[in-house]
Write a protein that binds this ligand. Structure first.
Ligand code: AHR
Length: 503
């Protein structure tokens, strides 16, 4: 039940700047998992494949999605990965068992091929090193292979392998989810903090300008959440730049109302990690502030996957794993999570939607066949395209609705960006039943025209795009958006995400 009439007011103070937009907030994630790489971005023999075996129809969709940095090659996969297997002549690369996802890794795609793929998509590489089964030496070797120009054993090996220019990778993740018992080589916070600090120190001895991400908790529901961050940062604070956050959401038990308010959990997560990091920084009397890399976030129907037999005893190549099909409601939640990331952009400087193709992904493919957009594709691509310049934190005056998980939750959520004569307003209506008419005071933003107004909404909140019906759901025009005398008025359909671009 809602507690107020279906209207809301938002005011935007031009001075309420959260941060200038760092494009890395629109990052994504490609893991050697299921059909993300193999039979996803890479499918030699597909009619659109290029000479490297990369599907160009998928490349086009990635460009349209607007993802920037791409975290690679895992995820849980990285904790058993020997990077040397995946470089050099393809016919000599070994097939290995990937214990994380119980599948076969052919190593036909490695850092050299993936860097070429990134040139096609116009994205930047964010590399993870294996701190599960390996350690400092392998991390340093990979760094030398990727970034050293020439004249050393490993840089010359890269050149001989057909990559004359260094890959020049700026951001590096020090392992993945090292707190999780499912992780190959998982550790206590104490052990990981020491290893991460030593690895970071050594990597920065090679290149002081690298940006390093230390593993935070693999989720805010971990029993060690908070303590993990504190202990790890007590060891590694001086040597790292970011701490990671991972969060996945799903609708549980038919409780759509709580699910639509998932951003409240993300906000709590961010605030907890920021205050823990600042506590350690203050204790160490450090002038540096640790930034957050929200390098895994998405909707993931994890409970259902736990019950399925996707990971079974067979050793399979590119099995169908984690192939969630997303609804309109999922897209609304995803759009709201992006609003939350932007509203915390002063500390969340980088983020990666996990993942990019087939595996809990905005883009789906069929072997030998089509590639198409999931519902979640749309809020991501529109936000990446329209959010420019600086993020502003609006003041939102809206009613609330009762949720089982979060208590009373605001019906409307929003963030605003502004850029030299242009602005964008992103809005969510979480009401299950009512349209809400929102008035946004944008008089301080120097805009007077509605350039574009789109919404993700449907009569059926569970409508999806599938192989059989790839365009069932798309963006709709948000009719009736009016900007008059500095006041923008829009009516948001129930369970909707919308974006309005102003010029
Ligand atoms: O994104 C899927 C998996 O989720 C990643 O491999 C892991 O880091 C996380 O648990």
């Amino acid at each position: 039940m809602t507690t107020s009439p279906a209207t809301a007011r938002i005011s935007v103070d031009r001075e309420a700047v959260v941060a200038p937009i760092d494009r890395r907030i629109f990052g994504s994630f490609v893991e050697h998992l299921g059909r993300c790489v193999y039979d996803g971005i890479y499918e030699p023999g597909h009619p659109t494949a290029n000479e490297d075996g990369f599907r160009l129809d998928v490349v086009d969709l990635v460009r349209e999605l607007g993802s920037t940095t791409i975290r690679y090659p895992g995820g849980n996969f990285v904790s058993g990965f020997r990077w040397e297997d995946s470089v050099g002549p393809r016919d000599q690369r070994p097939v290995r068992r990937d214990l994380a996802w119980h599948s076969l890794e052919t190593n036909q795609v490695g850092v050299d091929e993936f860097s070429r793929w990134l040139k096609l998509t116009g994205s930047e590489l964010m590399m993870a090193v294996n701190l599960g089964t390996r350690g400092i030496e392998a991390a340093l070797d990979l760094l030398e292979y990727c970034n050293h120009p020439s004249g050393t054993a490993l840089s010359d090996q890269r050149i001989a392998n057909g990559s004359p220019e260094p890959h020049d990778i700026r951001m590096w993740c020090l392992g993945n989810e090292m707190d999780g018992p499912w992780q190959t080589g998982y550790m206590t916070a104490e052990d990981y903090g020491k290893l991460a600090a030593r690895t970071a120190q050594a990597m920065k001895a090679a290149d002081r300008s690298l940006e390093l991400v230390v593993c935070g908790s693999s989720g805010s529901s971990m029993p060690t959440f908070g303590d993990w961050e504190r202990t790890v940062l007590e060891h590694a604070y001086d040597h790292v730049d970011f701490i990671s956050c991972h969060a996945y959401y799903q609708e549980r038990g038919g409780d759509l109302g709580s699910y639509l308010a998932s951003s409240i959990d993300m906000q709590y997560f961010i605030e907890t990690v920021v205050s823990t990091a600042d506590h350690v920084g203050n204790k160490l009397k450090s002038k540096k502030k640790i930034k957050l890399s929200f390098d895994e976030w998405n909707i993931w129907y994890l409970d259902e996957h736990r019950e399925s037999d996707e990971v079974n005893d067979e050793w399979r190549y590119a099995p169908r794993q984690l192939e969630d099909v997303y609804s309109v409601a999922d897209a609304v939640v995803l759009g709201n999570l992006m609003i939350t990331l932007l509203r915390n952009h002063d500390r969340v400087a980088s983020a990666s939607l996990a993942q990019l193709v087939n595996v809990i992904a905005p883009i789906m493919t069929e072997p030998g066949g089509a590639a198409w957009r999931q519902t979640t594709f749309f809020p991501f691509s529109v936000t990446s395209r329209l959010a420019r310049g600086e993020v502003l934190k609006p003041r939102i005056d809206a009613g609330t609705y009762a949720t089982a998980v979060y208590g009373d939750a605001p019906l409307v959520d929003s963030v605003v960006t502004v850029d030299d004569g242009a602005a964008a307003v992103f809005l969510v209506n979480r009401s299950l039943t009512d349209p809400i008419t929102v008035t946004v005071d944008v008089s301080e933003l120097g805009v007077d025209t509605v350039a574009e107004a789109v919404t993700m909404w449907d009569d059926d909140v569970y409508a999806k795009n599938t192989l059989a019906d790839q365009e069932r759901v798309g963006l709709k025009t948000l009719d009736g958006a009016v900007l008059d005398g500095g006041m923008l008025t829009v009516t948001l359909p129930p369970v909707s995400w919308s974006a309005i671009s102003l010029a």
